[in-house]
Design a protein around this ligand. Structure first.
Ligand code: FES
Length: 176
């Protein structure tokens, strides 16, 4: 069921207004929409392209694949790898694994949340930062640790974590 029905076309128009070009997903839909059991693959490709999976896009995928919208939404919300909200330019992953926890990661996370004015899993309104607590990041000797866009910052204290955010903000302000 890969031909585009009127409902899917209407959904594509809505998505376009939000800056989501469904044409980019076309090769994936052509390859997988008729292949049984490939919903997760389609969702992974879509997230790679758009960075997240807005509900309208899930609906579009449902219309294009013939899979019930409730099932597409169910799969997208069940697996932690899928994001239904856009993430910030800087994704801060704060480790809450055992070693980090013992060494004060909770206080670090709290300081970051206060500094950014958001809670775990949220994104700042300027779209700059998202924060997410995660399990072991694999560098326990540096605990407590956070990772920002793949770069690890270790032996954190609440003040050190705030300072790192301040540095990023300063760099962003310079680049404006
Ligand atoms: S427990 Fe935090 S990096 Fe391993």
């Amino acid at each position: 069921m890969s031909e585009i029905c009127k409902c899917a076309m209407a959904e594509a128009e809505v998505l376009k207004k939000d800056g989501i070009d469904t044409d980019l997903l076309e090769p994936t839909l052509k390859e997988y929409s008729a292949v049984k059991g490939s919903l997760i693959t389609i969702l992974q490709h879509a997230q790679d392209i758009y960075g997240y999976l807005p509900v309208e896009l899930l609906n579009y995928i449902a219309l294009r694949t013939g899979i019930k919208a409730a099932k597409v939404l169910g799969v997208a919300t069940f697996y932690a790898q899928f994001r239904l909200e856009p993430i910030g330019k800087y994704l801060i992953m704060v480790c809450q694994g055992t070693a980090c926890h013992v060494n004060g990661s909770e206080a670090v996370q709290q300081a970051l949340e206060e500094e950014l004015g958001i809670r775990d899993g949220q994104t700042t309104s300027d779209g700059l930062f998202s924060i997410k607590s995660v399990a072991c990041l694999g560098c326990c000797s540096l605990s407590p640790v956070m990772m920002i866009n793949g770069e690890a910052y270790g032996t954190l204290t609440p003040d050190k974590a705030r300072g790192i955010i301040a540095d990023i903000r300063a760099k962003e302000a310079q680049n404006k």
